[in-house]
Ligand binder design. Structure first.
Ligand code: ME8
Length: 522
């Protein structure tokens, strides 16, 4: 790696790139927020983070939607891609690049990977006859389909209506990669997370692989196949390649060497096969390292129901943010849903989490501590005396948080990381109730100083560690604790510091207000 990148280790994380055939929904927002939290955690933990998201603009679905709406495909792609980019801005995600698969460097990268797979002898021309799922841009074999009540041929896996396609297409010799893929899963069990997903993928591959049709001739919205411009690449070939495009493949060797292989692809559970079977096989064929890990999150449901336009329960993520506040929404999704499993949201559940976890457990502790420091110590960090066993126990628990939370985040168990933080907040609240500093203040100011110092320390440490999830609120609270505002002051290395007695604190203000319970129909 060159010196211009600095001393810290690289960490390359991506989200899936969304189809811009419509507006983004909460499922997209969930994926963006969760990946952003993981990216910010790594950056605060000292890594040189590269974080990419974007839009997947080619394929038959895009072309069909554009025809239906009477606009050009390029126009449809641009309009909705802009909406995805605007959502990222509204969610506060800290992207290094928002990639569009219509970008010219992406065409270059897709052509190059194709040529390398071809040079490896893995691409051949043949006739394809089979079922195609336009919604998921996926092929299904006869035995993966059933006939529904209306007589339509549907994919057993997702119920989508299929269309019969017959054409001359290029094929990729996926069948040649069965052994190498199985070896990958066995030698690198961390390649797929959560663990249950690895078992599913492994048994799918162990069951045998068919070669994959990787070009289309019946429409032209895509990347042209090198040397055969009447074919466009199957959209997943170019879509997956976005991860390489974004780190300079094939021309910028320096960036590529620095950030590839990717450390973490964050995706939803419906696209595991593409990322854990096709993608590593394409890369092996092209002689490129496979990513280190693919983690599949679950699906988000509105009150337990699938979000769909016909049910009328599709919520605009912007609305959610306006109504409840960005940090509350970010916290809610990551605490309420076990990362990797499906989850559900509703206005009541968001307000209830806000009031119990943020306003009560966290906000109250911070507000009480800071206002007592204001009242009894002239808004200066008090000088602690000797620590009692209770003081020590609480400080030790707070000091132990960084390795505890890091261990969970490294497995993408974000919810367990948050649980650890809140367990220490609960300890701290019990401690305050037991110590009663407001009573102590009447008899023993020295002891009051120690108790409030311990509380302020707990708030400081939890707040440093909660930054990836609630960047804005954490920043405000760190300001209230007079923690320096340089990046270095707020990295996780700062956990080991202590508040300096005598430091002047600004006037405290509540950071996590309570929210009204929504009307029943909200
Ligand atoms: O699949 N809850 O795009 P996409 C949680 N272009 N996540 C959800 C969700 C829900 N209700 N609905 C969708 C594609 N997602 C491809 C990806 S990557 C090279 C190409 C997730 O717009 C979904 O699982 O249909 C995926 O990870 C992402 O949103 C984009 O979905």
């Amino acid at each position: 790696p060159s010196e211009s990148f600095g001393a810290s280790s690289p960490f390359y994380i991506t989200t899936a790139i969304a189809y811009p055939n419509g507006a983004p929904h909460i499922g997209h927002a969930y994926e963006f927020i969760s990946a952003d939290v993981l990216a910010r955690f790594k950056a605060l933990d000292g890594f040189d983070v590269r974080f990419q998201s974007g839009t997947d603009e080619h394929g038959q679905k895009m072309q069909q939607t554009a025809e239906k709406e009477g606009v050009s495909t390029a126009e449809l792609a641009k309009t909705n891609s802009d909406r995805f980019e605007a959502l990222h801005a509204a969610l506060g995600t800290d992207l290094s690049r928002f990639i569009r698969t219509t970008d010219s460097d992406h065409h270059r990268a897709s052509e190059e990977i194709w040529k390398r797979m071809e040079a490896a002898g893995d691409i051949y021309l043949d006739s394809y006859a089979g079922w195609y799922d336009v919604r998921d841009e996926a092929f299904f074999t006869e035995d993966e389909t059933t006939v529904d009540e209306d007589g339509n041929r549907v994919a057993t896996e997702n119920g989508h209506v299929l269309t019969w396609t017959e054409e001359q297409t290029y094929f990729f010799r996926l069948s040649n990669y069965q052994d190498r893929l199985l070896a990958l899963y066995d030698e690198h069990p961390e390649f797929i997370g959560p663990d249950v997903r690895r078992n599913e993928v492994r048994s799918f591959v162990a069951g045998g692989l068919n070669d994959l049709s990787i070009s289309r001739t019946t429409f032209d919205w895509g990347v042209k196949v090198p040397g055969a411009p009447e074919h466009v690449m199957y959209v997943w070939v170019d879509a997956l390649t976005n991860y390489l495009t974004g780190v300079g493949f094939p021309d910028d060797q320096q960036t590529l060497e620095r950030y590839w292989p990717a450390d973490l692809h964050i995706i939803g559970k419906d696209i595991i096969r593409f990322h854990c079977v096709y993608w590593p096989a394409f890369l092996m064929s092209a002689g490129i390292d496979v990513p280190k890990r693919v983690f599949a999150h679950g699906f988000l449901f509105n009150r337990g129901q699938k979000m769909s336009k016909s049910v009328g329960n599709v919520v605009d993520p912007h609305e959610l943010v306006e109504k409840f506040g960005l940090d509350t929404v970010r916290y809610f999704f990551l605490r309420e849903v076990s990362y990797g499993q499906d989850g559900s949201y509703s206005a009541e559940a968001i307000v209830s989490r806000n009031n119990s976890d943020l306003a009560n457990e966290y906000g109250n502790l911070a507000q009480r501590t800071l206002s007592m420091i204001g009242k009894y110590f002239g808004s200066q960090v008090p000088e602690p005396g000797p620590f009692t066993a209770e003081d020590r126990a609480l400080l030790d628990a707070a000091d132990a948080l960084l390795p505890r939370v890091r261990e969970q985040f490294d497995k993408q168990a974000i919810h367990l990381g948050l649980e650890a933080l809140w367990s220490v907040l609960a300890d701290a609240n019990r401690y305050v109730s037991a110590q009663e500093p407001w009573k102590l203040a009447k008899t023993d100011l020295d002891r009051t100083a120690t108790v409030l110092y311990v509380c302020a320390e707990v708030v400081r440490i939890v707040t440093l560690l909660v930054q990836p999830v609630m960047p804005q609120s954490a920043s405000t609270l760190l300001d209230l604790l007079a923690v320096g505002s340089d990046d270095a002051d707020r990295r996780f290395t700062a956990v080991a510091d202590r508040l300096t007695p005598g430091t002047a604190l600004p006037k405290p203000a509540p950071v996590f207000p309570r929210q009204e319970s929504p009307a029943a129909d909200a």
